[in-house]
Design a protein around this ligand. Structure first.
Ligand code: TXA
Ligand code: MG
Length: 523
């Protein structure tokens, strides 16, 4: 198909209206994103929208109108709340869902008994609807699954050859799609946040709910209130990971990583290749630039991208809703220290994994070293030990390790007493030492409760025979003593069950490959 490139001139809009009237497809600017329009009442024309976008047939379209009263013939009833919203906002980046009139074909409503209606603020969009003489069904004019188009160039790259015409109306004012609110149920519910915020809506119609799917993923088997929410969305080719946390922590984090890209805010100090999307405290600027930024990252060939998380209030909710989908809900939370837990039974080869992580730029924190430091000469922990295990356990500020071991490892109960003194301190110091990229190497990770402080836990496991040999060689002890030590630990099943990832170190498996795969998945 030969796609015509049109301007916003009166003549071109007349021509575009004519194309739509005859059943054709025209991409046009709106204040949110570019739409791909067809006559909403013409089944065949609407079908061709789905074909051009590669859109699933059960995902309904929004019907666009030029005047407020044009909604009347499209719906069963304009409810009082709908009327209030229309009067207060239309024309606006706001879509209302009501029960549909019979004349709306099921192709347009995705098989539903409801219809979504919006009167765009953009003059060209309204002029086109008027020129066509019919309501225009229009989804965003992108290939299904890609970021929505906010510039004519985006539409040109997705739709050339597939549709009749593209009107170039410059950049879209808001850059994220309209707020979608359903007025069909008992309470109004926001199905998709946009530039008309919850607060703005509540001022007009009182309490408004936000669909849980807006800020989190849909669970499997859940039916979507808005069918569009269940599909993969806004996904660039690059893999995006949302990074929660302050500017400084973000900078520290990405600057420590090799070979990554960043999607950040203006003024962020990152040393890796990056694209910005707006300013930190300006959600409108973020909304305007996000989709273009996602497309530009693909043009740069980015494979892995760490993105700064927007604030979630106001228009930020819309920005967050889009970016979290672009990231397929993957997040790293730097509000907690970014600490990966590394554990395993003695002899399994944790140390080797620690070395690999050091090579990769991680700071490896050694919990054994921390616990030795805790009991150094005159350290405050010694007082506690003395109080619990006897005056004579400390002489001249120095711990009698052998005596303490004798008393503390006498019974489970006594060992617990020592752990209660040591573990909270170990946790405190581990966290204090954690930087943007750190790993805590802790054989007693679970016993100390350190897993709760870790972003993810990796356990290293190895067959018992191999562990035994390693311990005997490393510590120069007998097979029996080595076996005793192994048996005093948590079972291998326990490690497997309570870890996010397991690395098998059995002299056959490639440990580095396993580690890299895990890191790729968690960061
Ligand atoms: O800003 C916008 O709304 C843009 C411009 C072109 O107007 N259009 C747009 O359309 O974003 P689209 O098709 O990409 O997104 C429409 C969303 C989808 O998530 C769809 O599932 C939902 O609205 N939707 C449409 N009709 C619905 C209905 N009857 N019930 C529930 N959700 C509906
Ligand atoms: Mg869309």
């Amino acid at each position: 198909m030969n796609t015509k490139f049109l301007t916003t001139s009166k003549q071109d809009i007349e021509l575009a209206g004519e194309i739509i009237r005859r059943g054709g497809l025209v991409a046009f600017p709106t204040e949110t994103v570019y739409g791909l329009g067809a006559n909403a009442l013409d089944e065949n024309a609407v079908k061709s929208i789905f074909a051009a976008k590669g859109r699933p047939a059960d995902n309904p379209l929004i019907v666009h109108i030029a005047e407020k009263e044009d909604i009347i013939p499209l719906v069963k009833e304009v409810t009082p709340k709908a009327k209030a919203l229309i009067d207060a906002f239309f024309p606006a980046p706001l879509t209302v869902i009501l029960e549909k009139a019979e004349r709306i074909p099921y192709v347009t409503s995705g098989g539903l008994e409801t219809v979504a209606v919006r009167m765009p603020e953009n003059e060209t969009a309204r002029a086109l609807i008027k020129a066509s003489g019919c309501p225009i069904a229009a989804p965003s004019a992108n290939t299904s699954g890609l970021p929505s188009p906010t510039k004519a160039q985006h539409v040109i790259s997705d739709m050339t050859g597939k549709i009749d015409a593209i009107i170039d109306g410059g950049e879209c004012k808001f850059g994220v799609e309209s707020t979608v609110i359903t007025l069909v149920g008992e309470k109004p519910v926001i199905l998709r946040p946009g530039a008309v915020t919850k607060e703005m809506l509540e001022k007009v119609i009182g309490e408004v709910e936000v669909s849980p799917a807006v800020l989190s993923g849909m669970k499997e088997n859940e039916t979507a209130a808005s069918p569009g929410m269940k599909y993969k969305h806004y996904s660039p080719k690059a893999e995006i990971v949302i990074v929660e946390g302050e500017k400084v922590r973000f900078e520290e984090f990405v600057n420590a990583l090799p070979d990554c890209f960043a999607l950040c805010f203006e003024g962020d100090r990152v040393n890796v290749p990056h694209i910005t999307y707006g300013k930190e405290n300006d959600d409108l600027s973020q909304a305007r630039e996000l989709f273009d930024a996602l497309r530009r990252l693909d043009e740069m060939g980015a494979k892995k991208v760490y993105a700064r998380a927007p604030h979630k209030n106001g228009v930020g909710m819309a920005v967050y809703n889009r970016i979290i989908r672009a990231a397929a809900f993957r997040t790293v939370d730097l509000k907690k220290p970014f600490l990966i837990g590394l554990t395993g039974r003695t002899g399994a080869g944790k140390g080797y994994v620690g070395e690999l992580l050091t090579e990769l730029g991680f700071k490896v924190i050694d919990s054994d070293k921390i616990s030795r430091a805790l009991t150094e000469k005159n350290s405050p922990v010694l007082k506690e030990i003395q109080k619990t295990f006897g005056e004579d356990t400390v002489k001249d500020g120095v711990l009698d390790r052998a005596l303490l071991a004798k008393r503390a490892f006498k019974s489970r109960e006594e060992t617990d007493k020592l752990n209660k003194i040591m573990h909270p301190e170990i946790i405190k110091r581990s966290i204090a030492e954690a930087t943007a990229l750190s790993v805590i190497d802790a054989p007693q990770l679970f016993e100390a409760g350190l897993q709760n402080e870790c972003f993810k836990v990796i356990s290293v496991i190895a067959p018992q025979e191999i562990c035994l040999k390693r311990i005997m060689e490393r510590d120069g002890i007998s097979r029996e003593r080595a076996l005793e030590r192994i048996n005093a630990q948590l079972s291998e099943e326990y490690y497997i069950k309570n870890s996010d990832f397991v690395i098998i170190n059995d002299l056959k498996s490639d440990v580095k490959a396993q580690l890299l795969e895990i890191l790729d998945e968690i960061m």
